[in-house]
Design a protein around this ligand. Structure first.
Ligand code: EPZ
Length: 423
């Protein structure tokens, strides 16, 4: 169990290169289950969740060509030689996204046994909509001993209308539909950039997909898919985190290789708080003001304000001028970072789905506990602006979604280090 120790009050300056998107790389790696032949994926981030996915693909019997080719984020994988269709609890419990094996295994092999992901700090996160959609496509689903047992002689097309927008639900069914008989229509589909990136990779593989990035996606099944070469998009959540790190420290940074089109709702909000953001040739320039102004947010599916940006935005609002309200509509328990920020002197009141943040002059450094991936990023931001020393415990959460975050922050002038904790 490591901790990150930060000495705050240093404005960030310089350039940062954003890694490949975790939430795009994960479904694309699982999509390789569908293909005959080798796939080469570029810009795959070296994260714990990616390593877990590697273990899962090997567990199914898939071949990886030395996994990481000279650690440039290139990744070769082929789906020949399956000897298992089971995603075991030991692996799934560490990464909920393992549920993305369900659709591809079912579509390619006609069977899949995937452990139910179980609870998570930010909410119950059921997969009922994934299962309901697969049943509509002809799958027989049984839940037994904490596992989903799914079989299907051959999936067929269906019209699936999601009661709630679900990112991995959309991805799972889109992948399953690529080899199904006939047309599948996904309505009220997720429009996140990662869904679009997955669709681009699947289309290169030979899938017939229309409408990815809109609320209605049409997939016409084909007999088989072939291995391809694909480069994963940059991680907009990592980019957002660095934008808010510059905002909260009154910094001036250039975020390279970033698509501002994926960040419009955040750019609008941060501009409202007094942050100056402009697109330059090599990337996005983000200049934080001396003092941020308060602004209200309500999280929503893309293109709304992303729930994955909420904790980091709350950190910014704790030291803004005025009061802000932060409403979390996607997950039922995504305010745990607030309790830790209050220990640093923040003034936050939680009322159901809404947190009311009254900006204070300054935060004071303190030992705090990370509870989930984006909460740990938010606590790093709080530590960057706080006076004195902040210690963030349980940083294994951060290793799931941010590649070399301390190195990137130190390069921007932050004073932080990772310390091994014995107990
Ligand atoms: C994806 O999770 C992301 N993970 C999450 O990022 C992100 O926070 C989330 O989408 C929302 O944008 C990956 O892409 C790997 P959902 P996902 O299904 O797909 C309910 C991070 O920090 N729901 O869109 O699991 C669910 O409970 C992670 O990288 C059902 O009720 O989220 C939630 O309230 C955290 N039944 C809402 O929908 C279902 O079958 C949205 O969840 C599925 C979802």
């Amino acid at each position: 169990m490591d901790k990150i120790v930060i000495k705050g009050e240093r404005p960030l300056k310089g350039k940062v290169k954003i890694s490949g998107a975790k939430n795009s790389a994960l479904p694309i790696l699982f999509a390789s289950i569908l293909t005959e032949g080798w796939n080469t994926f570029h810009n795959i981030p070296n994260l714990r969740d990616i390593q877990t996915t590697t273990q899962l693909l090997e567990f199914f019997g898939m071949k990886l060509k030395n996994g990481w080719i000279n650690h440039t984020g290139d990744f070769c994988v082929t789906a020949n030689g399956f000897h298992s269709h089971e995603a075991p609890y030991e692996l799934v419990r560490t990464m909920r996204a393992s549920v993305l094996a369900l659709g591809p295994l079912l579509s390619r092999l006609g069977k899949a046994k995937v452990s139910l992901p179980g609870g998570c700090a930010i909410g119950a996160r059921p997969i009922n909509l994934h299962l309901k959609g697969l049943e509509q496509m002809g799958a027989k689903i049984e839940i037994e001993g904490g596992y989903v047992n799914a079989t299907a002689k051959k999936l067929h097309g269906a019209r699936v209308n999601f009661d709630t927008v679900t990112v991995t639900g959309t991805e799972n069914l889109m992948m399953a539909a690529t080899l199904a008989d006939g047309e599948t229509i996904l309505e009220n589909a997720a429009q996140e950039p990662e869904v679009v990136d997955l669709a681009h990779a699947l289309i290169k593989m030979g899938a017939r997909i229309d409408g990815a990035g809109t609320k209605t996606i049409r997939i016409e099944g084909v007999p088989e898919l072939r291995g391809v070469e694909h480069t994963v998009i940059p991680d907009r959540v990592e980019a957002a985190t660095f934008m808010m790190a510059s905002a909260i420290t009154g910094g001036n940074i250039l975020i390279e290789n970033t698509h501002s089109s994926d960040l419009e709702s955040l750019i609008a909000k941060l501009t409202e708080t007094g942050v100056k953001i402009r697109q330059e040739k090599e990337g996005l320039r983000v200049e934080g003001p001396k003092k941020l102004k308060a602004a209200d947010i309500t999280t929503a599916p893309f293109p709304g304000f992303a729930t994955d940006f909420q904790a980091q935005f709350m950190a910014c609002m704790t030291v803004a001028e005025g009061n802000s309200t932060i409403t979390e509509t996607i997950f039922e328990n995504r305010f745990m970072h607030a309790l830790e920020m209050i220990r640093m002197g923040a003034n936050i009141k939680i009322e159901g789905k809404t947190a009311i943040v009254s900006g204070t002059k300054k935060l004071s450094g303190a030992p705090v506990m990370a509870s989930d991936l984006r909460a740990s990023a938010a606590l790093i931001l709080a530590g960057l602006t706080a006076d004195g020393i902040t210690e963030i415990h349980r940083v294994y959460h951060i290793d799931r979604g941010y590649e070399k975050i301390e190195k990137k922050l130190r390069k921007l002038g932050a004073k932080l280090k990772r310390v091994k904790v014995k107990y």
